[in-house]
Design a protein around this ligand. Structure first.
Ligand SMILES: Cc1cc2nc3c(=O)[nH]c(=O)nc-3n(C[C@H](O)[C@H](O)[C@H](O)COP(=O)(O)OP(=O)(O)OC[C@H]3O[C@@H](n4cnc5c(N)ncnc54)[C@H](O)[C@@H]3O)c2cc1C
Length: 398
């Protein structure tokens, strides 16, 4: 069978574009098929042309010098020298209708007594509530940490597997600790997609994928089938389960049980002069309609400030979300300079996930099918790329 491409990747988030980058760098012709109109998935810098290009992140906002796979891609693309340091601004709590310091919710004595356990307490196989409740104290977990964690993963955090949050990774000392880019993190997917050896097609409707001994046939709505030798699925678990070729029954059964948390992200921009609010990284909400708000204050702009509010699903309608966000920021809705609403999704991992991934890997072993995403090791950009790298090594050799 002659192929159209050596490798087809489905999904143009950072997992899929990372998978494409790793195969293109091996000299393999690589096609990325994306269902939406834009690439980047959760890397989504909302740019407002009417405000001179001012942008605010609606998704991922921070990369760290411990993101080794990401940095290797940035090195390949010549982007490492362009990273922008994030100005240090702190998070505050939003509780009972007021901004408060994070320290105000901390039980110091309990933390001091519990923290030595961080060196001995096992993390694997424990929930976030169980593990962090033991290493920082149950009251600290109840009053502060559960809200801080749900602010990060934008969903209830108690039952999340502890090993999927905050993985320790070596730091690269030649790079700033926490960084972004002058035009936001969407710079990264755009640069990966623009390089030679990678073709990206957006707005693609894949109807089925067929497998045979020689590779895969991707069937598309309104276009000819495309044939490839190897294929990587880099889409959320429900989409991966639907796209798996019929004979992958074990893999489908395993993936089908992984949930996704959906939430609305409201991006609001104001003129600096309209806000009476000290610079802040964001707000961690304690029992409110939103999980968190992340600001753009880490890269100050002379004219504007931007905020992304991540709302719990089904609590407030769109108009009430705008009202709530403005009330939190202490500004009238009439002062909004620009706004957008983004539908976001993150995996809702559960106890036993590591074991599920082990079984999935066993079901995929020996095939030319890769499966990657932010639902293997954890949700961070680096966790996603670590999976893409290891699947690339499995398919094409280290
Ligand atoms: C609000 C928020 C804040 C975050 N902050 C950070 C942060 O600061 N630092 C950090 O490291 N991480 C952060 N993350 C996590 C990180 O950004 C994401 O986990 C990561 O970008 C996900 O990449 P992905 O490619 O695995 O998935 P996605 O980005 O979800 O990409 C999947 C892609 O597949 C496409 N797709 C779906 N179905 C199909 C189909 N049938 N056919 C073709 N294409 C399809 C989708 O349209 C999408 O483009 C954040 C995430 C969110 C949402």
């Amino acid at each position: 069978m002659t192929t159209d491409f050596d490798h087809i990747v489905i999904g143009a988030g950072i997992s899929g574009l990372g998978a494409a980058h790793f195969s293109a760098r091996r000299g393999l012709s690589t096609l990325v098929l994306e269902s939406s109109e834009r690439i980047g998935g959760c890397l989504n810098s909302q740019r407002f042309d009417t405000l001179g290009g001012f942008w605010t992140e609606a998704g991922g906002h921070t990369c760290f010098n411990s993101y080794g796979n990401l940095l290797s891609i940035l090195d390949d693309l010549g982007l490492t020298a362009q990273v922008q340091p994030k100005v240090k601004v702190g998070y505050s709590l939003w509780k009972d209708g007021k901004r408060r310091s994070v320290a105000s919710a901390l039980h110091l004595f309990e933390a001091a007594r519990s923290i030595p356990r961080i060196f001995s307490a096992p993390k694997i196989g424990r929930s976030v509530a169980d593990y962090y409740g033991s290493v920082l104290g149950r009251r600290n977990y109840r009053d502060l940490l559960r809200y801080a964690f749900q602010a990060v993963i934008c969903q209830p955090a108690d039952d999340y597997p502890a090993e999927a949050l905050f993985r320790r990774k070596p730091r690269r000392k030649d790079v700033i600790k926490a960084f972004t880019f002058a035009d936001g993190l969407s710079t990264i997917p755009a640069a990966i997609a623009a390089q030679p050896g990678i073709e990206v097609r957006t707005s693609q409707r894949i109807t089925a994928i067929e497998a045979d001994a020689a590779g895969f046939r991707v069937l598309l709505e309104g276009a000819d089938p495309i044939i490839c030798g190897a294929l990587t699925l880099a889409v959320p678990p429900n989409a991966a389960a639907a796209l798996l070729p019929p004979e992958y029954t074990d893999a489908r059964a395993l993936i089908g049980g992984i949930g996704m948390a959906e939430f609305a992200t409201l991006v609001l921009v104001f003129r600096n002069t309209d806000l009476d609010l000290p610079p802040l990284a964001g707000l961690i909400a304690i029992e409110d309609a939103f999980y968190s708000s992340v600001s753009r204050d880490f890269l100050p702009d002379p004219s504007y400030r931007g905020f992304a509010f991540h709302f719990r699903p089904g609590v407030l309608d769109a108009a009430a979300q705008v009202e709530r966000a403005c009330a939190v920021l202490g500004v009238a809705p009439s002062r909004i300079a620009a706004q957008s609403l983004v539908h976001n999704r993150l995996p809702a991992l559960r106890y036993g996930h590591t074991d599920l991934v082990r079984q999935l890997d066993a079901a995929l072993a020996g095939t030319r099918l890769g499966v990657t995403g932010n639902w293997f090791l954890g949700v961070s950009i680096e966790d996603a790329l670590t999976r893409s790298r290891s699947e690339s090594d499995r398919l094409f050799g280290p």
